[in-house]
Design a protein around this ligand. Structure first.
Ligand code: SF4
Length: 743
């Protein structure tokens, strides 16, 4: 694909220093950038702003902004899809043609025939997409919250009507116990690590649950080296100990919880001994961890990606974590599992227009996965809204999590028209061919003539942009303003101004949706610029984007009360913590989920396990990459040039594998190549394979671009109803595999 040459600044005599945000990933950490002639010439962390850019990737910010492989102009496909033939066109032409095609698809197939999808966080780009989708009338929205926070958030909202798992750090000297459950050490920022060390130094207890040794397990009082995918059994085993030994907060449970007897019955079979057999964690360790957490309050269990991607086992794991927080009396207390307040100090909730989607005059169908995973659908959204109405009458900030479609449904809708056809796909900054399971079927769908329109907006050419009909250039974090509260998680907003004008023809993601909206019946609903939109969102708080961005600490963060439930009850239909959830039951689920083994496991498929005798886990975070991104950046690639599969040295010896050897990683679906890394801290019966790997330097092989099938673990992971959790998240941990050298 054609890209423009880099133009370096010709002089630095008029350089000025500005505060902005790092362009490299969605964390939007603050930088101080020296700017000359509209170009960044030096970037360093801004330590005054409360969230400095100090991760190992941050040093590549200028390379990212200026990189010759960035997409700089709108492009239209002129050859066959995937053939790699492109024509540069204007934004006006691109918007006119895309709008015309969308209009035709809506006339013939309804507004639901449009699938929108976002990958990495992109400032207000995600929110603009959801706003447009809600105004347009499509409930088919997918973004990175799937396979991430969704399973855990929907569980928290079902059980007690608020979320505590995201945004709560332990408070040194106040928090007494902390369970870090499937929380990888490598992605922690230096501030988080510093806080964790301060928490430990103040006497806080740390329980770490991870199949491999990390910098977090090194700090732990108790490390449970779990079999990946058995997390739900471990949660139920800990509950069994806490309930049978009466270590729960009896006063809180009596006053505020319903369903303890049913929960006790559900976890009865998970004795320490039975749980040890399932999880590979010794029985006395399970009991010790349960006692430690229950008797050291306040305590907290934050979000962990490890429990969110374990397929069928995820459901009991995420609900089990909710029950653990609740019956130990840790909900919404200082130092415990505090609830995040929804963004009530701004107009954000109303701006998203979720209510418009519920009552949209053109929408006649629910989303394409609602028949199989009703928890995340319009029907689910309505059920949650009704249950939470007393405490959250306007809805909640991260309402998107009530809606995200299950990835497995997309190829079915495109290729088979089931449950109805999807004909257009608009993807922003996403690379689903290396991020979602059953990637070859997704590739088939992306190549299909049934898909009449495929649009990608991104920074980079990727295996997915190569299959699009239109490719659009996006601004990065230096070129766009920011008003962030990370998808509405809390009543906290950070702000930054645009510190350089966009290069070439890059545009804010917001402009994609505004331009389409203005051509498709949403005239008057989209302020002209992102800055104007942010000002209107902030208006109830009495500040503007520029004022907030230029404060010493550029955050709007009203003080949130704790123990709100004592005044208004919990945000559930009963006003209580529903250990047995009426909401789940109303959507056709078990009110307390059963523990289920992952679809492929030593317990569920012992005969298959004989052929694939290692437990496979994937989906990790790597220090040098944010998911599928940054493969273009030389400094990062040098650190981690090829996909790696990690295994214990003794296991490697048994298999005839040596360090750095290229090996086949094979599952019952197929095999890919990765490089063996031997690590004594890995459980000897577990292998960890990198996800999200692709190689921008590789030549295309037919319609497969940039080595997309070479090491891509997602090409050999299954998807579908029998593999996923209750919300349809991909099954990326607790699978099975075999490893052997590539001859
Ligand atoms: S790369 Fe991401 S996490 Fe690292 S400093 Fe930049 S924005 Fe923050």
């Amino acid at each position: 694909m054609a890209t423009a040459a880099v133009v370096r600044p010709s002089g630095t005599q008029n350089a000025e220093t500005k505060r902005g945000t790092c362009p490299i990933c969605g964390a939007a950490c603050y930088v101080q950038a020296k700017i000359a002639n509209n170009r960044p010439i030096a970037i360093r962390p801004d330590r005054t702003a409360g969230h400095p850019a100090d991760c190992p990737r941050a040093g590549q910010a200028i390379d990212y902004h200026d990189h010759p492989d960035r997409i700089n102009y709108p492009m239209k496909r002129v050859g066959k899809r995937g053939e790699g033939k492109w024509q540069r066109i204007s934004w006006e032409q691109a918007m006119d043609e895309i709008a015309e095609k969308l209009s035709s698809i809506r006339d013939r197939f309804g507004p639901e025939a449009v699938q929108t999808m976002g990958g990495s966080y992109k400032g207000a780009g995600d929110m603009s997409c959801w706003r447009w989708s809600n105004l347009w009338g499509t409930p088919n929205i997918l973004y990175q919250g799937k396979n991430c926070g969704e399973a855990e958030l929907l569980a928290e909202w079902a059980v007690y009507g608020d979320q505590s798992c995201i945004g709560n750090a332990p408070i040194p000297g106040v928090t007494k116990s902390l369970i870090l459950w499937g929380v990888g050490g490598s992605m922690a920022t230096s501030g988080q690590v510093k806080n964790l060390k301060a928490y430990k130094a103040a006497g806080g207890k740390l329980i770490a649950i991870d199949p491999r040794a990390t910098d977090i397990t090194e700090l732990a009082d108790i490390w449970m080296q779990i079999r990946p995918g058995s997390d739900g059994a471990l949660a139920y085993g800990m509950l069994n100990t806490i309930i049978s030994e009466k270590l729960y907060d009896a006063d809180f449970v009596a006053k505020w919880c319903i369903g303890l007897d049913a929960l006790a019955e559900k976890v009865r079979e998970f004795t320490p001994e039975r749980t040890a057999e399932i999880t590979w964690v010794p029985a006395d360790t399970i009991v010790a961890a349960a006692r430690m957490f229950a008797t050291n309050t306040p305590g907290h269990i934050p979000f962990g990606l490890g429990t969110a991607e374990s397929g069928r086992s995820t459901t009991a794991a995420v609900f089990g974590k909710c029950y653990l927080r609740a019956i130990t009396g840790n909900l919404d207390i200082m130092g415990g599992s505090r609830f995040a307040d929804e963004p009530v100090s701004t107009r954000l909730i109303e701006e998203m227009h979720w209510d418009t989607l519920i009552d949209h005059p053109l929408r006649t169908r629910d989303n394409i996965s609602s028949d199989r995973w009703p928890i995340a659908s319009v029907k689910g959204l309505k059920a949650y809204r009704a249950a939470m109405a007393k405490v959250h009458p306007r809805g909640i900030g991260p309402q998107i999590y009530n809606m995200v479609v299950a990835p497995a449904a997309i190829p079915d809708a495109i290729l088979q028209g089931k449950p109805y056809p999807v004909k257009a796909w608009i993807l922003q900054a996403g690379n689903p061919l290396v991020a979602l399971n059953d990637a070859k079927r997704l590739h088939e769908a992306m190549m299909s003539d049934e898909l009449e329109l495929s649009v990608n907006m991104d920074h980079w050419i990727t295996p997915c942009t190569e299959l699009a009909d239109y490719v659009l250039p996006a601004t990065d974090g230096l070129e766009r303003p920011l008003l962030s509260n990370m998808w509405g998680f809390a009543d906290a907003h950070s702000a930054a101004e645009r510190i350089v004008e966009p290069l070439y023809e890059r545009r804010d993601d917001y402009q994609l949706w505004r331009e389409l909206g203005n051509r498709l019946g949403q005239q008057g609903m989209w302020p002209e610029t992102m800055e104007e939109w942010f000002d209107s969102i902030l208006e109830p708080s009495g500040t503007s984007l520029a004022e907030l961005a230029n404060q010493d600490v550029p955050w709007l963060m009203p003080e949130a009360p704790d123990r709100r439930f004592e005044k208004v009850g919990f945000a559930t239909a009963s006003g209580k913590v529903e250990l047995s959830s009426d909401l789940l039951e109303s959507l056709g689920y078990d009110p307390i989920p059963e523990y289920q083994e992952p679809a492929w496991s030593p317990e569920a498929t012992p005969e298959l396990f004989e052929q694939y005798p290692l437990v496979l886990t994937t989906g990790n975070s790597l220090k040098w990459y944010y998911r599928s991104q940054h493969k273009h950046l030389k400094v990062m690639r040098r650190q981690h040039p090829y996909a790696q599969v990690t295994l214990h040295p003794a296991t490697a010896t048994e298999l005839g594998i040596v360090q750095d050897q290229i090996v086949w990683v094979e599952t019952p679906m197929g095999r890919v190549k990765q490089q063996a890394k031997l690590e004594p801290g890995m459980h000897p019966r577990v292998a960890h394979a990198d996800s999200h790997m692709w190689y921008p330097e590789r030549e295309a092989e037919g319609d497969a671009h940039y080595g997309v099938w070479e090491s891509n673990i997602n090409a050999i992971l299954p998807d579908g109803e029998e593999y996923t959790d209750y919300a349809g998240d991909n099954y990326m941990r607790g699978l099975i595999c075999r490893l052997y050298p590539v001859e």
